[in-house]
Design a protein around this ligand. Structure first.
Ligand SMILES: [Zn+2]
Length: 124
């Protein structure tokens, strides 16, 4: 953008929107999207069905790091596809009930590699 008052006493050096410093003093990294997502095809989603207390069954998806994926939006899509509740918990997604097949199909349709495991997911 041209600076209308460049060279006059009205000229105010442009400042960074993020740090507020003059642009020449700014050390902010180049503007990048809030999150740099990793290609789904380069990630393996592991799907496990866990039995919990009182007979509660949850389908747990691990292997997708929260930093690399929009887990909240994936969780929403899974909940809709399964017609079940679910939450994002750190780097995992939990969907209420036994939905390994539906979860696997939806994640595969997004492009993820998927593996249904019988591993016990470590509980916090
Ligand atoms: Zn800055």
């Amino acid at each position: 953008m041209a600076r209308l008052f460049a060279g006059t006493k009205f000229d105010i050096p442009p400042t960074c929107d993020r740090c507020g410093k003059a642009e020449q003093d700014c050390e902010c990294p180049d503007i990048t999207p809030a999150k740099t997502l990793v290609e789904p095809s380069r990630q393996l989603a592991r799907i496990a069905v866990e039995k919990r207390k009182k007979g509660k069954v949850v389908t747990v998806i691990t292997g997708l790091a929260a930093a690399d994926n929009d887990l909240a939006s994936i969780c929403t899509r899974l909940k809709n596809a399964c017609g079940a509740g679910g939450t994002v918990d750190g780097d995992s997604i939990e969907i209420q009930g036994q939905h390994a097949q539906a979860v696997s199909e939806l994640l595969a349709s997004i492009g993820y590699k998927v593996k249904i495991t019988n591993e016990t997911v470590k509980k916090k």
